[in-house]
Design a protein around this ligand. Structure first.
Ligand SMILES: [Cu+2]
Length: 779
């Protein structure tokens, strides 16, 4: 029982606040005001959102044992909210609008109050839509009652990313799959570079699995910021002073590599909680994580603290002290093509559904077995079973899982070469494997593991505590920018029910090419690593691509808590769940249904494309949410052929949709006197190798099949092709004499050069209209 008290002392104290025994605590009060403002962060005045007039907002400072009273004033003309990230507080004050807390209406002030039961570095941010990207974030520091660490001064470093675009436009761009961000960042991998590197085979492997490549980050940012600046100086620190850096990644979608220009920076805490101090320079910080370092200001010169965006697309620096710069290590840009080659060599299956056919059917284990690195997680489980004599029986399909484990273990032993990757992977999670296999470490993701974090105290739960296991495969689809768990986005999922006084163990199995920093509200969880019983406690855990991480926490809260990817665009794309103790809803939430929060992740996004070329003009309008899409297509050829088509599509899963609509065409060329309307219905399918297929039948019983594809050949330069074949067996129409059928072929090939985010030059040859060139405008 002692173990439990140590590891969850901060957790169990939270319950006291529920009891309301807070009268004697000293009150610390803040008022913060959220406003819209024109800001200029990087060469352009744009609309941003400020807290007390600044981005980031003010540092809120507390001492453990105080009672926080925070008034949040909304002076904007839209709703807002504030979530206190990493704080253990009553559910009602957690600040997720419509889930735990009412939204803050325009012109209103909301009072948050809670006892401060912990110490460390935390932060706060809006939990409404993408407001955090616009500037609604700030830091929280909580001093311990008694100082436990030795340092002279401290400095908060709030890291973030900045876009000059409206964040909703950014998301719309991701939804429509605009190539521009990758081009702008220089992280796109056009075919010429792939071929030059001899990686065409790997590219084919990716295409076959409907993946373009190894995407690292989605959004183009013109600037990355430290405390709101791309470069910031702190000359006030004197040589020899020990400074505690409280570093917070408040980026909306950027994780960073941090490097220090001083010798031996000492990492002392993670996500607010002290860890066994460790000297460590280059460190990866996932979105929403916090790390505290103690650095010594050099005797001569100023030390650089440098952050490099994970995809290498930009940096920012802070300088501490005065004099000559002591530079921090420069982190090279990741080699995406190299990663693609490595991944293609591994026995790995990509393309797990982000939107599956039957969302209510639990197929998580099947999905795990079918996709990802061959056998990785299962074998790991088997290896881990001897340590944990916990109750596995609660896991649904546990038996099936054990069976598959045995199978995969057998196959491993039978073909060691073939499953080297998987063995390495296991070894990474479990050092005992090292001696067993004697294989080299897998270098693809090993730099992202948390083995450097060790809790000063045991964090395990008492033996015999019941354990509920939950498997969450992290799933995503870059084509439609849908993000989900187990192939089910938030809008199609039920709450995950958990219970108090038992351990919930969640296996996060990433089946995508991207990192996902997963955050659980209202709890600290153990991140199981090589330190076993001393595994660290965190509130946010980064799960690298195709990797598996296990977390567990003891249930001693009440209410419904959000659990989601902290990449805001992934959260908005559906990668979230509600973890529920199934306690009755708070009556103060009456009139604020959770369905409103859920609907934020299933919005319609609309966009259009105008192709104005010398031989024809085409306009295409699309409005799309998770499952539904409306399309309007109008085409006018200069031989005076006017055709319009309006269709509704329903996505049955990521790659397959059914559609129906009408097609309107002028009956004879050169004449708009008479139009003919026919009904069309069919299926649309994204095939392996990324071809778009359209198969249909119309109300005159003609069948048609169309196939299209676009490939980025050089930076900014793409080629495209389309082929359409229509067959009429004369079931309705009269055919020309002596013929069993009539056929018609239409094709089109062309090229596109990207001038900007919204404009391309294009040239094409169309089988009916001939050659032409013009502009493509995205809006
Ligand atoms: Cu994510």
């Amino acid at each position: 029982m002692g173990l439990l008290l140590v590891s969850t002392s901060i957790l169990s104290q939270t319950e006291k606040s529920v009891e309301g025994n807070v009268d004697n605590l000293p009150v610390k009060e803040y008022t913060i005001t959220i406003n819209e403002a024109i800001v200029n962060k990087v060469g352009k005045e744009v609309k941003g959102m400020t807290i007390n007039g600044t981005i980031p907002g003010p540092v809120l400072e507390f001492t453990e044992g105080e009672y926080a009273v925070i008034y949040v004033k909304n002076e904007m003309d839209e709703e807002t909210s504030i979530h206190w990230h990493g704080l253990l507080l009553p559910n009602f004050y957690d600040g997720v609008p419509y889930l735990t807390t009412p939204p803050i209406e325009p012109g209103h002030t909301q009072k948050y109050e809670f006892a401060i039961k912990q110490s460390g570095t935390y932060w706060y941010h809006s939990h409404t839509m993408l407001q955090e990207q616009s500037g609604v974030y700030g830091s929280i520091i909580i001093h311990p009652k008694e100082k436990t660490l030795d340092y002279d001064k401290e400095l908060v470093l709030m890291l973030s990313d900045w876009t000059n675009e409206n964040p909703m436009d950014v998301l719309r761009n991701l939804k429509r799959r605009n190539e521009w961000y990758g081009i702008r960042k220089g992280t796109a991998t056009p075919l010429n570079q792939v071929i030059k590197r001899g990686a065409f085979g790997a590219q084919l492997n990716f295409w076959r699995q409907r993946m373009e490549g190894a995407d690292i980050a989605d959004v183009y940012y013109p600037a990355f910021l430290i405390n709101g600046k791309q470069s910031i100086e702190y000359p006030e620190f004197k040589p020899g002073e020990k400074v505690r850096l409280r570093i917070i990644d408040g980026g909306a979608s950027t994780s960073f590599w941090m490097t220090f220009g001083s010798e031996d920076p000492l990492l002392v805490s993670a996500d607010g909680l002290d860890v066994v101090p460790v000297k460590k320079n280059k460190t990866f910080i996932g979105i929403a994580e916090t790390y505290d370092y103690i650095v010594t200001i050099p005797e001569s010169g100023k030390m650089e603290f440098r952050i490099t965006a994970q995809d290498g697309s930009g940096t920012a620096s802070a300088f501490l002290g005065t004099g000559k710069v002591l530079p921090a290590e420069i982190v090279p840009r990741p080699d995406k093509i190299g990663m693609m080659q490595k991944m293609a060599k591994m026995d790995m299956k990509m393309g797990a559904h982000a939107l599956k056919y039957r969302p209510s059917k639990d197929e998580s284990i099947k999905m795990k077995n079918e996709y990802g690195m061959l056998m990785k997680g299962d074998a790991m489980k088997t290896m881990g079973q001897e340590d944990s004599k916990m109750d596995h029986s609660k896991m649904e399909g546990d038996k099936k899982m054990n069976d598959s484990m045995e199978k995969t273990m057998d196959s491993t032993m039978a073909g060691m070469d073939h499953s080297k990757m998987a063995m390495d992977d296991m070894k990474m999670q479990d050092p005992k494997m090292e001696s067993m296999t004697g294989m080299q470490g897998m270098d693809l993701n090993s730099e992202y593991n948390y083995d450097f974090l060790k809790s000063p105290e045991k964090t395990t739960y008492p033996k015999g505590t019941p354990v509920k296991e939950i498997l969450l495969n992290l799933t995503g689809n870059m084509q439609r920018y849908i993000w989900s768990m187990n192939g089910v986005p938030l809008s199609e999922s039920d709450k995950i029910k958990i219970e108090g006084n038992q351990v919930t163990r969640i296996t996060l199995n990433n089946l995508t090419m991207m990192h996902h920093p997963m955050h659980l509200h209202g709890h600290f969880f153990r991140v199981i690593n090589k330190n076993g019983e001393y595994s660290p406690l965190k509130h946010t855990v980064n799960v690298p691509p195709m990797q598996e991480v296990t977390i567990e926490f003891y249930g001693n809260e009440y209410g419904d808590w959000f659990f989601h990817c902290h990449i805001l665009y992934h959260l908005m794309g559906g990668m979230a769940r509600v973890i529920s103790y199934d306690t009755p809803p708070d009556i103060r939430m009456k009139g604020f249904p959770v369905s409103v929060a859920v609907a934020e992740t299933d919005r319609f996004y609309s966009w259009g494309l105008l192709d104005a070329s010398s031989q024809s003009t085409t306009m295409n309008l699309v409005a799309s949410n998770m499952r539904n899409q409306f399309n309007a297509l109008v085409e006018y050829g200069y031989n005076e052929n006017l055709e319009a088509e309006f269709t509704y599509e329903r996505y049955l899963h990521d790659y397959f949709r059914v559609f129906a609509g009408v097609n309107i065409e002028n009956k004879t060329e050169d004449s708009f006197n008479e139009f003919k309307t026919i009904a069309v219905a069919g299926v649309r399918f994204l095939t392996p190798y990324l071809f778009s297929l359209d198969a249909r039948i119309d109300s005159e019983l003609r069948t048609r099949i169309g196939l299209g594809r676009s490939i980025m050949l050089f930076p900014k330069f793409a080629v495209f092709g389309y082929y359409e074949y229509q067959l009429d067996f004369g079931w309705v129409n009269e055919l020309p004499t002596n013929k069993g059928y009539a056929s018609e072929t239409v094709w089109n090939v062309g090229a596109e050069y990207f001038l900007s985010k919204n404009i391309s030059l294009s040239g094409n040859y169309e089988s009916r209209f001939g050659a032409g060139g013009g502009l493509s405008i995205r809006f």
